[in-house]
Every structure is written in C-alpha cells, then in structure tokens.
Design a protein around this ligand. Structure first.
Ligand SMILES: [Zn+2]
Length: 243
C-alpha cells in the first residue's frame, strides 16, 4: 500500500516540473539573465539577427556565448579526454580532466583543464580549452569558449569512388597543423565511416561529417594538439576554396 502512495506522489512531481518548463521558453530564460554588452549581442536580442549564418558568413567574432545559446539552442557538446589516470594494471586510463600541479611555498596547488567540442551535427562546429581551480568550472569555461569559436565546415562528397553529391564527407583534401602535429583529411565514400581515433570522431560527428579518411603525423598522443590540428584542417576547407 505504501509503495503505491509513493508512486502517485512521484507522478505528481513529474507533471509539476513539466508545467514549470512550459511556462518559460529557453530563449526567455536566457534573456532574463543576460544583458548584451556587444553590438552583435544587442542585434540578436532585438531580432535583427535571427540566424547564426548571418554572423559566421561575415566572419564576425562572437564575444558572448549567449548569442549562440539563442541562435543554436540544439547545439551539442562533448568532452575530449585530455587527461590520464594510471590504472591498476599500470596502463593509462583516459579521463576528460587534465590535472596540473604547481608547487608553491604553501604546498601543491592544483589546476584543472578541460577541452570541449560543440556542434550542431550539421556543418557548424567549435572547440574550447580552459583551466580553472575546479573541474566543473574548467568545463563550463571551455564550453563558453567553444561557443565563441565556431566555424562553418564546408561539407560535400569529394570521393571519386562515391560522387553522390551529398554532404556526408568533405569536398576535397585538406590539411591542418598544431604544434608538431600535422593532419591530412581526405574525402571518403559513403559507408566508410570516420577512420580515425575515438576523440577525433567526436569533432567530425558534431560537425556533421559521416565519412572521412585521416592521416596524422607528429606527437598525436597530445590530444589537444591533435584535435586542434583537425579543427584547423576543417577551417582550411574554405581557404582552399578561395585559393
Ligand atoms: Zn558520396
């Protein structure tokens, strides 16, 4: 009998929260807390800019992540595993947070680093890296940075084996660099999938690329440099187009 009662009360709770969500839309919730400080932000609030492409096509810099929250409410994000923890067997387990220790007079001071990829799975992607005193804050900061660092990815089907004309891959070969890491991305036919490591897959998935071949050179175990090099390669797709 008691159990039944409990179930009912839980059901009631659920409907209550649902109603609360319906009262205010996501956009209303953002506008309540945010007062834009930039011209771009004010234009978004005023409804003069309603599409993120109006910003990205002009190469305007986004300095307030709320702009992206409003224009791309379905933006998804993933953490890149940049940290490592020594496992029981002696191997290294990859974790999303990289911990660095600074030795001071009063002892060790820890800093936490996070690396976030955001994307709409349809041609828009961004990356952001940040450090903070707490892991949670590092992730939040990295997420904000990623939203302010969006690029449009030129997609297509540049594979001579496929030539279906759909945007499942990239239109042509592209290259990118970061530090000692160099990457070459090549168009792949439908069904090949993302031929690369698991962390890089997150970047391509969020960009909306389904098939790609990747060649890497240099210290690719540095995930930060690797993903950045891939991001630069995607950015360069537009450069190559112009040249
Ligand atoms: Zn194709």
């Amino acid at each position: 009998m008691e159990e039944e009662k409990k179930e009912v009360s839980e059901e009631e709770k659920e409907t209550e929260t649902e109603e609360a969500v319906e009262e205010k839309t996501l956009a209303e919730q953002i506008l309540e807390k945010w007062v834009p400080r930039t011209e771009l932000g004010r234009k978004v609030v005023a409804g003069e800019i309603t599409d993120i492409n109006q910003i990205l096509d002009k190469g305007l810099q986004i300095k307030e992540p709320e702009i992206v929250d409003l224009l791309l409410p379905d933006l998804k994000h993933e953490l890149i595993l940049i940290g490592g923890r020594t496992g029981k067997g002696g191997g290294c387990q990859r974790i999303p947070i990289r911990v660095t220790a600074k030795v001071t007079k009063s002892g060790k001071r820890f800093r936490y680093g996070a690396f976030v990829v955001v994307g709409n799975e349809d041609g828009i992607v961004g990356i952001g890296m940040a450090k903070a005193k707490e892991p949670r804050l590092a992730i939040e900061k990295a997420l904000r940075k990623a939203k302010m660092n969006l690029i449009k990815v030129k997609r297509g089907c540049g594979s001579w084996e496929c030539s279906c004309g759909e945007p499942h891959s990239i239109p042509y070969k592209t290259e990118g660099k970061c530090g000692s890491v160099r990457v070459i991305l090549m168009p792949a036919p439908k069904g090949v999938g993302l031929v690369c490591d698991d962390e890089s897959k997150k970047l391509f998935r969020l960009a909306g690329i389904k098939d790609i071949w990747v060649k890497t050179f240099g210290a690719t175990y540095t995930r930060f440099s690797l993903i950045r090099a891939m991001f630069n390669a995607l950015k360069n797709l537009y450069l190559y187009d112009r040249g």
